[in-house]
Write a protein that binds this ligand. Structure first.
Ligand SMILES: [Zn+2]
Length: 343
């Protein structure tokens, strides 16, 4: 989209939530949700009071009651954060949240008026909402949309992947690789598929121990990992009588897969969201067996108890405990996995 193109601000405001924007900036953790509102320190003026900045989730607007003494919509927020015009903020939103540029394009006359804000008096008036029209879905409940692009030329034989014990065959099989350019530049990009097999995101693992200010994993803005299970698209194609193994991370899943345990999914964390639980419920029955194999650390131990309790309501659950603290599924040898699963 060229810089001068007309953008439908309204469509962008409907497509992007303040929560996604906070998430993009990495501020989501600092905010507390109470009912319909989120409050936290103001990201714009960089305050510290946890109630000075408030977001109405349903209205998708924000307000800083402290220094800024102002509020607005998502685009106003991005514009203030980036110190750019609303138009530039809109273009950023399209890029960050992978919005379809065509769908966000205003028809030329329409756009011209919006560009000029109030070319004629009546254009500033908001159209009456159509009661038949469904209200825009809250994005954090909306499914992750399939990506319209693929990261190209990923380096499959990057040394980090071998260091993690993955063979080239596994790396290719999972479509992972080092990304030299694009959104996951400098990271190992790992595609995440939905149950239908569409890529909904790439996760980016820093190849090695990152410095303090670099996160180990990067996920695209607007992507909710709690709505997906890594490798579910392939795990559900495996025979029903095989147990489904649930692990925390991408590398644990890829390692187990490499060792012949192909019916494996990763939570991408040590907790199971309601949506993930529902996904598992949908693809199991009262006869199904599930093995919960989280890392042998505090988070893993806490997570697995909760997960086992919830899953045992609809299938047979076994919790795998490692002998040594700190152990992870990745540490299992092919032999261990074989004997463990009686393959
Ligand atoms: Zn402020």
């Amino acid at each position: 989209m060229s810089k001068s193109s007309f953008v439908d601000f309204k469509a962008i405001k409907a497509a992007v939530t303040m929560e996604q924007v906070l998430d993009h900036y990495g501020f989501a953790d600092r905010f507390k949700k109470t009912g319909d509102s989120l409050s936290g320190p103001c990201p714009i003026h960089g305050g510290s009071n946890p109630t000075q900045f408030r977001i109405s989730i349903s209205k998708n607007i924000w307000n800083c009651f402290s220094e800024c003494k102002r509020g607005g919509n998502v685009l106003d927020f991005i514009a203030r954060m980036e110190e750019v015009s609303i138009h530039a903020a809109a273009l950023k939103a399209i890029e960050w949240f992978h919005l379809d540029p065509e769908a966000m394009k205003a028809s030329s006359e329409d756009g011209q008026q919006r560009q000029g804000q109030t070319a004629r008096g009546e254009t500033a008036r908001a159209p009456k909402p159509d009661p038949q029209e469904p209200t825009p879905k809250e994005s954090n409940n909306a499914p992750n949309k399939p990506l319209k692009f693929r990261l190209e030329k990923l380096e499959r034989n990057h040394p980090y992947l071998a260091e993690r014990g993955l063979t080239l065959e596994t790396v290719v099989d999972f479509g992972a690789g080092y990304c030299a350019k694009g959104m996951m530049v400098g990271r190992i990009a790992i595609p995440i598929h939905n149950p239908e097999g569409n890529v909904v995101a790439y996760a980016g693992r820093w190849p090695g121990e990152p410095t303090e200010d670099t996160p180990k994993y990067k996920l695209p803005p607007g992507f909710s990992k709690s709505l997906e299970l890594f490798n579910i698209d392939r795990a559900i194609k495996e025979p029903g009588e095989k147990p489904l193994i649930i692990v925390e991370g991408f590398f644990a899943a890829m390692t187990l897969h490499q060792h012949g345990c192909r019916k494996v999914v990763a939570l991408m964390g040590s907790t199971m969201s309601a949506t993930q639980e529902e996904l598992i419920r949908k693809h199991t029955n009262g006869e199904s067996r599930v093995i919960v194999m989280l890392d042998e650390d505090d988070a893993g131990r806490a997570g697995r108890e909760d997960i086992a309790a919830r899953l045992s309501r609809f299938c047979f659950v076994k919790v795998h405990q490692f002998k040594e603290p700190g152990m992870q599924p990745e540490h299992l040898s092919a032999e261990d996995v074989r004997s463990f699963l009686n393959l």
